[in-house]
Design a protein around this ligand. Structure first.
Ligand code: ATP
Ligand code: MG
Length: 391
């Protein structure tokens, strides 16, 4: 008996996601213009890209499938979507429900059931176009970078982002971006999952917009979002300069505050990223090599940015001088040949509690001197930013 086909699909574009679905070209999808593709094609897809999307849920690992369907929920006016499969994860089903036109077909299914599901979807009216997104003031952006490895840049970036959140009432107002793409620690320090999939970011770079950016963020608290990539030794080769700069641009359009945890070694996008920042904070510890490195790094950044902006130096792990031969702040400033912006107290117990429990120091040890020092720093820099904005 011949398989039923769908006359209303003749000449219309159908995206088939999953290799096994190609066989439908001889049956229910005969006459349609088929594009066989992977889940990454779903990022930023719009009404004009296809008349129907058919996804084989069993062809992909659940996290990839969930990310693909989440991308559809972020698209403006996506085409109707039919997901077929035997084991549909709950997260995928929930996201599908958020789409205006979607359906699920349990495998195994017959050709008639498939035809009925597709015809049902095609018969649904197209939803009215959504209102265009509201223009957003561009974010204030602060970058944090370490003078030497382990100086505390990520710890300070996490605490700064958290302090900025405590000054906001609006949801999703702060974004922390870990640009140590290969082995960043911000996600681990926050106890959050890193969901910036760099391969997908690279593929979507030229169409990335603030709505699509949301497919890559990890919400950490009501106010704080994180953009951080899972550990991957090839990360810096996976994603190019344009994609990173576009990511930063979209983040600055989407949030009030953006905090960058910058890699110490310069990449081909580092200067542009720093050039777009309102503050560049160089973190040093109180050792002679770190102070000399902080001085050189600040000079290099100032010289190469060439916009008159001077990095500010933060002295981290400042301890009382009762023990050990660490330089005093005055001695440190002599080595730096400039004033330090602030000192952050040493508190190993609080820092360890934070990284081991997952979450900022201000959550696990709110009374730590680290929290007080960073709070004072953020208040000072944010009020300077406010004054500059008003002037
Ligand atoms: N003020 C502080 N007091 C005590 N411990 C601290 C302080 N700041 C950071 N630490 C600890 O120092 C270690 C290194 O910190 P962190 O990972 O933030 O440094 P980093 O500069 O980001 O390192 P990397 O070069 O690997 O990116 C961590 O164990 C952290 O908990
Ligand atoms: Mg770090």
């Amino acid at each position: 008996m011949p398989s039923p086909s769908i006359p209303s699909l003749t000449g219309r574009r159908v995206l088939i996601v999953g290799p096994a679905l190609a066989a439908l070209a001889q049956g229910p999808l005969a006459g349609a213009v088929l594009e066989q593709t992977g889940l990454e094609r779903l990022i930023g897809i719009g009404r004009g890209d296809a008349d129907l999307i058919l996804i084989d849920a069993d062809a992909f690992p659940p996290p990839s499938l969930a990310a693909g369907v989440q991308a559809l929920t972020l698209a403006q006016n996506p085409p109707p979507v039919l997901v077929v499969g035997a084991h549909l994860p709950a997260a995928v089903a929930r996201n599908l429900l958020r789409l205006d036109r979607s359906d699920i077909l349990d495998a195994p299914y017959g050709a008639d059931a498939l035809v009925a599901a597709i015809e049902g979807l095609l018969a649904q009216p197209e939803p009215a176009a959504a209102a265009p997104p509201q223009a957003h003031d561009v974010a204030r952006c602060w970058a944090v970078t370490g003078a030497v490895g382990g100086s505390g840049a990520s710890t300070i970036a996490v605490e700064i982002a958290t302090q900025l959140c405590s000054r906001q009432t609006k949801e999703k107002s702060v974004c922390l971006i870990d640009l140590n793409l290969a082995d960043g620690s911000a996600s681990a320090y926050l106890g959050a999952t890193a969901s910036l999939r760099l391969g997908e970011l690279a593929a979507a770079a030229d169409k990335l917009d603030p709505a699509m950016l949301q497919a890559f963020v990890t919400p950490v608290t009501k106010q704080l979002d994180l953009l951080a990539a899972p550990r991957d030794p090839a990360a810096f080769e996976t994603v190019g300069r344009e994609a990173i700069l576009r990511l930063l641009e979209c983040a600055c359009e989407s949030y009030d505050w953006v905090v960058l945890d910058m890699p110490r070694h310069r990449r081909n996008w580092s200067l542009e990223a720093l050039g777009g920042c309102d503050e560049v904070l160089v973190v040093s510890e109180l050792t002679v090599p770190a102070l000399l490195a902080a001085r050189s790094l600040s000079d290099e950044i100032e010289r190469d940015l060439g916009n008159g902006r001077k990095p500010r130096i933060l002295l981290n792990r400042v301890a009382s001088r009762m023990f050990g031969p660490a330089p005093s702040t005055a001695e440190a400033e002599r080595a730096l040949q400039r004033k330090a912006e602030a000192g952050i107290s040493s508190d190993w117990e609080a820092a360890a509690a934070s990284v081991n429990l997952g979450g900022p120091i201000s959550t696990h040890r709110p009374k730590s001197k680290i929290v007080k020092d960073i709070q004072a720093l953020v208040e000072r820099l944010a009020s300077e930013a406010q004054t500059a904005k008003v002037a």
